[in-house]
Structures are given as C-alpha cells and as structure tokens.
Design a binder for this molecule. Sequence first.
Ligand code: SF4
Ligand code: SF4
Ligand code: SF4
Length: 297
Amino acid sequence: MSGVAIYYDASRCTACKGCQVACKTWNELPSPLEKNSQEWSGSLQNPPDLNGNTRLVMTFREADNDTKWGIDWAFGRRSCMHCGEPACVIACPTGCLQKDEDTGFVVLDTDKCIGCQYCRSACPFDVPRHTGVGLDGMGITINKCTGCVDRVRHDRSPACVTACQPEALDFGPRDEMIAKAEARVATLHERGFDKARVYGKDEVGGCHTIHVLKYGLEMYELPENPQVPEFTRAEDGVMKVLTGVGAAGVVAGLGLSFLTGVGYHRDEQRYDEKTGDIIDVDTGEVVRHIDKEAGER
Ligand code: SF4
Ligand code: SF4
Ligand code: SF4
C-alpha cells in the first residue's frame, strides 16, 4: 500500500497539545466551553472526547510503573485513523466521505452531508462527530480529521505535525513511517518497554495514521482488532441506491430504524456559541445559558 501517513510516537509525546491547537487554528474550528465547563472531569484531557468542533484530542491515562514517581503518563492521540478500508466511506450514502487515492486520507465534503450519522455508527474508532442540531432540527453536518489534505496537496505537512516540538509527530510516505515506527518500537523493547508496539500498520486494511504505543494497547483507548462492521456492508448497496434517486427524506427515515437497530448513541447536549445556550440535542430545548460577561445562569 502506498500513499502517505501521519506518524505519532507516544513515547516522545509530552502532551503539550500544540497539535490540538494547530488543528483548531488551521481548520478554523471554535473551542466552545461545552462539557468541561459543567463539571471537573478529573482529567487533563480537554475536551473529554472528539466533538463537532474538535478533530483531534490528546488522551491522558496513568500507568502504574516501577519508576521514580510510581506512575507514568500514557499520552495518546485520538483522531481519524484514515483506514485502508474505511467503514465511514462504505456507510456514507451521499459521497460526503471519500478516500483520496493520492494520499490515502479519508476526506470530507460537508456540502454533501445530510446528517444521517451512518459514518459514526460504522466507524470502529467512533471518530466522526456531528456539529449539532439547530433549533429548527436542521443543520447537522459531520466533522472529522481530513489529514489536512488541503495542505498536503500543496506540499505541506498536516498542521498538527508542524506544531510538534519533541518530534513525536512526523509525516511522509507510508512505508517510511512504518519503518520508522518499527525501529522505534525495537528501541523501546531494548529499554524494557515490553508491551511497546506499532498500531495502524495492518488494522482495518492498513491505516494512514501510524502509532508507536509505548505501553499496552489498553492505555490508549484503541481497539485490539478493529473491523468494518458487517451491518455496514449489508446496508451499503441499499443506501447507495436510495441516494441515487435523491430520496433524502427516505434516507433519514430509514436511518432512524437503522440507528435504533445497531444501538446507536449520540451526544446529549451541545453548546451554541452565538446564543450562549446549552441545548438538549434530542428535544432542541435550551437546558442552560452561559453568559460570558455575567457568568453562568
Ligand atoms: S504537539 Fe507533539 S508533543 Fe505536543 S501533544 Fe501533540 S504530539 Fe504530543
Ligand atoms: S477511523 Fe473512522 S472516520 Fe476515520 S477513516 Fe476509519 S472509519 Fe472513517
Ligand atoms: S491532520 Fe489536520 S485535521 Fe487531522 S488532526 Fe492533524 S491538523 Fe487536524
């Protein structure tokens, strides 16, 4: 498999979140208060997970180890893996999500998104997130990492990669990134990190994000054997035909039963940056209002 890849070495990462900020900046994504404003999460991970305005989150876990401090931090990267066989692309009925053949990245055309969120249900990493529901119940679009393909097509590295000072991130031909990751894991094994491993080389058809994991897989919120769900393949033909006749309303209706059938879950609340309201996604009701000048009410 050719193409390019983003390389992430968890053993070099200091969790400075420079990459997270660079992603927001380049992609012009806001940082509303959302869930961390409501209660202390007990973690330095902020926001707690991906959301409609956040394509990349650095994850924080503690590992018990026989070190000077008794624990080690296990920092991780949570974003799109750019799967070789992307379930989101298979599931998407409108062509909003597509595999870019030159790079291998999975790209996004939000103008085509009808907000059905089949992609999120299908993704084995639970990556795509919707941007919320307007008070009129309309206006949902999906957001996720595009590999900064708009930069890459102009011979630039993804924004996150350019921000990383300790060289935990790199970008280049996929084969080279895999070789680099395997060499780093060999070094970590020599240093006693027996569980160190490469992740993304073979998973889901071979990903275009390659991780070096310093500790065991369980420290990084990544699945052991991610797969394209069978229900995604089964629905594929049906969905493409429906879209072909432009039946967006029918698609939405079928989506409801489909999502119910697979145990679909969604965020419960969203923050409307313009009004300062926190809104129940299911009912559209304003749950709380945050006045930035006078404080929350
Ligand atoms: S910029 Fe580099 S060191 Fe900082 S959080 Fe991102 S990957 Fe880790
Ligand atoms: S990680 Fe999820 S969103 Fe990203 S390419 Fe794979 S299936 Fe699609
Ligand atoms: S490649 Fe671009 S969109 Fe993806 S996480 Fe990095 S900065 Fe964000």
